[in-house]
Ligand binder design. Sequence first.
Ligand SMILES: Cc1ncc(COP(=O)(O)O)c(C=O)c1O
Length: 400
Amino acid sequence: MAVETSRPLAGSLERLGTETAFEVLARAKALEAEGRRIIHLQIGEPDFDTPAHVVEAAARALRDGQTHYCPAPGIPALREAAADYLTRTRGVPIDPGCVLVTPGAKPFLFFGVLATCDPGDEVIYPNPGFPIYESVIRWAGATPVPLPLTEERGFAFTAADVADRLTDRTRLIILNSPANPTGGVVPGSVVDELADVLADHDCWILSDEVYSEMVYEGEHHSIAARPGLLDRTILLDGFSKTFAMTGWRLGYAAVPAPLVEPLTRLFINCHSCTAPATQLAGVAALTGPWDGVEAMMAEFRVRRRLVVDLLNEIPGVSCVEPAGAFYAFPNIGGTGLTARQLQDRLLDEAGVALLAGTAFGAHGEGYMRLSYANSQANLREGIELLAGLLARTAPGTGAD
Ligand SMILES: Cc1ncc(COP(=O)(O)O)c(C=O)c1O
């Protein structure tokens, strides 16, 4: 809640957005403080513990005195481990000198836009999409050009959709596959066609691949691996989702060589460097055993099936099978409620926290984001409560 002040604040703040997920979390916590039980299906983080060997690596590093400043671009051991991992998983050689490390993947969204875009430039970005994209594009003074993701296309897009939006002023295109909030995965054939379109248009690309390990159908394809595109792509990944490390704040990207120095300068102006013990935990995560990641993914796969089946039993609701991430994006068009109305009523009347699709952009109207980063029992209960609320709200009468 904004607090009034007679002293002027920076005008640019008007253009800075936020993440509704944090607002819904605050409201849910307030209700919990009043003694209400809330089922959290709004959350964008795995409900698993960080693998023990990763925690141990950080504890050891702290005991060994890794408590000081370190190089702004990242420690060499992590830059090398991340370059190896990206080379292996994306199938394109990555130079460790082009890998940069930040506290979370998110700073690359902010700094990536600031380093490439001037006021008046156009940025194509997915809508519905992670809300920070539009927020930072606007804050940089650039013009957001939404790329609608539609249910009919499995919440992906076609190369022609992008081509239709490219202009002389397009400076950057942001891609996100697997996607938040839809769980959509861009098929390899579309990535190929898009690469052909972009070959004729010299813009930067920011490929947000933080859910790259979470693909249930098909495979993950990175635009960075398509011929000629690595030189202009910020290939972004992180630890939050893959290794259940949201609270550690650790992310990295392979960036085009001309962006290494400017981005490092932005880091020095902002956070100086990323905590070295955290980075050593990242080395342990990337190079150590993956059984924790595999167990988490096996559980997400089971929950995905459960959630999709239960949602499709509710009159007025339909849900396509999300191909990736840990979100379902059910269509609530038949309920007679707007997404925002359902978000508010669900929380207040049924004690279930979900996010309105509109929290991810205008094209999210008619949808809700349900995160299945919660136990099967809680998912069942939360969806039953949703069904109960909708049964009490006759279609068409919800807008009260
Ligand atoms: C699509 C997308 N990109 C980036 C991030 C930021 O992740 P991190 O926790 O690494 O900053 C998120 C987090 O929810 C996300 O959903």
